[in-house]
Design a protein. Structure first.
Lengths: 307, 269
């Protein structure tokens, strides 16, 4: 995803010389082409995230369109207060590219797992929060982000995984995308569990349970219109995300559904509210946290009393 | 503008600060008063700027990194004509744009929202970098408190400015030797202070920061520096001009009461 995103950004930067790319000593080799082509607009600030946010603010105050890159927890938490004041309070055109969203850096351990980032970023006024589900969504959102006014947190996950979209979808920031339409039951996902969610939906279909699948790539502002539609047609709604059960997509959707008067079944699938005892590859961790297609599909069937 | 005129403006600005804080009933007199000469010299002699055109692209930029001292900046901006002087007495009042810490979307002439210490120099770096890349001639000035430089981010920024040879950037440290809880050397030793900046690659000048002549000559000197950023370490007196506030830590963040306000204004005649 990040390679796709950066490649897209390179293309945009060729015709738009307001685009800047800042990194805090990360992205080894990933930026070589950007740096060689636009050396003046590429700044490695060193291992100094707070400083990076300030520099980005200064550039944005001078009319630049700035992208800042680091591993998601460092980018969102080390310098949270700088993001709050320098970017959100002043409502500046700075986009934060957080990589390793979710459990991508499984083996690196809890320091590198980004599982509270959506909740934290979502609480900041003026901040827009997006999480593409695959490369094609990353490409679409990269293009969308360029003209977007104000700060955005863009949660990226590492390359790999299987593409759910056959072609680049026409995504709009703030508008959820219906991947597949079914009846009675809706699955809403954001970010790198898009493929998992699609597999859940396929498993359910094999048991004759039809589902609507929504990629809610924009967690904030949330697409309330689309949720209103879901609420009318669904007797059960499920959210799936590689994020703490606290404050992410599931919470955001629940807040809206409750206020809209939804009375059907609702369940969140995500990570438990604790620092896990497990360290291992992403796949292993997903198994441990029951975030595999099979585990989720079984839970859903149980909730629906199919078993 | 000659020295005598500048001194007169400094005196008026000090009175404005006292009046504003007296009226508001809260705020930060000590660090506002210590930095008067440093900021007045910039706006009335050193910087190119247009009060009627705050977004003029070629303007020199001033970032008040120690945002709690905004009464000083508000008073200076009003005197320059950025907004009417009557506004000053609305400091910290309901619906006033003059908040307890400055917000750039509310007040013309405020370049960046500050108040959380340690962040201004990084922003100044970004603006200075943009100026270099856009081949603009503007200069960037950033005023920090000495206590503020306890913050690690200041030194991240100090390294960046040197790395990019930002000779269009000038930091000014108000070395009044006090922070909230007392003497800077007792809370977290800053000395040897000038040497720290030198070690980070900066061109350093030390001056008496409440002497307008020294302030002016320092600003002139740093304009000639090439290839690296400059810092003016300005030795000042916190609470300068009001005898009972001078060098007293307590007056960092306390507004004068009615009688105190009158007494202070009397002294500033
Ligand atoms: C990040 C942050 N921490 C704490 C404060 C509270 N605070 C306001 S002023 C101040 C002391 C500043 O001392 P100094 O920089 O020396 O300022 P001056 O003496 O010029 O007033 C503190 C700790 C703050 N505004 N921001
Ligand atoms: Mg001080």
């Amino acid at each position: 995803m990040r390679t796709t995103f950066i490649k897209t950004l390179e293309k945009v930067a060729a015709r738009d010389d307001s685009i800047f790319l800042l990194t805090a000593d990360l992205g080894f080799k990933l930026f070589d082409r950007f740096r060689d082509a636009y050396s003046e607009r590429f700044i490695n600030v060193g291992v100094a995230e707070a400083n990076m946010i300030g520099i980005a603010a200064g550039l944005a105050l001078s009319g630049k369109n700035v992208y800042c890159y680091s591993i998601a927890p460092f980018l969102t938490m080390r310098c949270l207060e700088q993001i709050r004041i320098d970017l959100c309070y002043q409502n500046l055109n700075v986009k934060l590219l957080g990589i390793g969203g979710g459990l991508v850096y499984g083996l690196e351990g809890t320091t590198h797992h980004a599982v509270e980032d959506l909740a934290i970023m979502r609480s900041l006024p003026n901040m827009t929060v997006v999480a593409p589900g695959d490369k094609r969504e990353a490409e679409a959102l990269a293009n969308e982000s360029v003209r977007y006014q104000g700060p955005i947190y863009i949660r990226l996950s590492k390359e790999g995984g299987i593409q759910v979209h056959k072609t680049t979808p026409g995504l709009k920031i703030g508008k959820g995308f219906i991947v597949k339409e079914g009846a009675g039951l809706t699955i809403i996902t954001a970010g790198n569990l898009l493929f998992t969610s699609k597999s859940v939906s396929d498993i359910l279909e094999s048991k004759n349970v039809k589902t609507t699948l929504i990629s809610m790539h924009t967690i904030k502002p949330l697409d309330i219109k689309l949720l209103e539609r879901c609420l009318k047609t669904s007797k059960a709604i499920f959210t799936i995300e590689e994020h703490s059960i606290v404050g992410g997509l599931g919470s955001a959707v629940a807040e809206v559904l409750l206020e809209l008067g939804y009375k059907g079944i609702f369940r969140r699938f995500g990570l438990p509210d604790r620092y896990g005892p497990y360290i291992g590859k992403t796949e292993y961790l997903r198994k441990k946290y029951r975030l595999t297609p099979k585990a989720i599909a079984n839970s859903i069937l149980r909730v629906l009393n199919y078993k | 503008m000659n020295i005598e005129e500048l001194k007169k403006i400094c005196l008026e600005v000090r009175k404005d600060i006292i009046r504003m804080l007296g009226e508001a009933g809260s705020g930060h007199p000590g660090g506002s008063l210590s930095a008067v000469e440093l900021v007045v010299a910039l706006y009335f002699s050193v910087m190119r700027h247009r009060a009627k055109e705050p977004d003029w692209e070629e303007r020199d930029r001033f970032i008040l990194s120690k945002g709690h001292c905004c009464p000083l900046l508000y008073a200076v901006l009003a005197k320059c004509g950025y907004f009417p002087a009557e506004k000053l007495l609305t400091l910290r009042k309901l619906k006033s744009p003059l908040q307890g810490h400055p917000h750039n979307l509310e007040v013309p002439g405020i370049e960046a929202s500050t108040g959380s210490l340690g962040q201004g120099l990084s922003i100044a770096n970004g603006i200075a970098l943009a100026g270099k890349l856009d081949k603009k001639n503007y200069r960037v000035y950033c005023l920090l408190g000495d206590g503020e430089t306890d913050e690690g981010q200041v030194w991240e920024a100090a390294m960046t400015a040197n790395h990019y040879h930002l000779d269009n950037l000038c930091a000014i440290v108000d070395r009044n030797r006090l922070q909230i809880d007392g003497n800077t050397e007792e809370i977290k030793q800053l000395e040897p202070y000038a040497e720290k900046w030198k070690a980070f690659g900066w061109y350093v000048i030390e001056i008496k920061g409440n002497k307008i002549e020294e302030v002016l000559s320092a600003y002139n000197e740093v304009k000639k520096v090439e290839g690296r950023p400059s810092v003016i370490v300005a030795h000042t007196v916190k609470g300068k001009g009001v005898s009972f506030m001078e060098n007293i830590a307590e007056w960092h963040g306390k507004a004068p009461k009615k009688e105190e306000t009158e007494k202070a204004l009397e002294e500033l005649k």
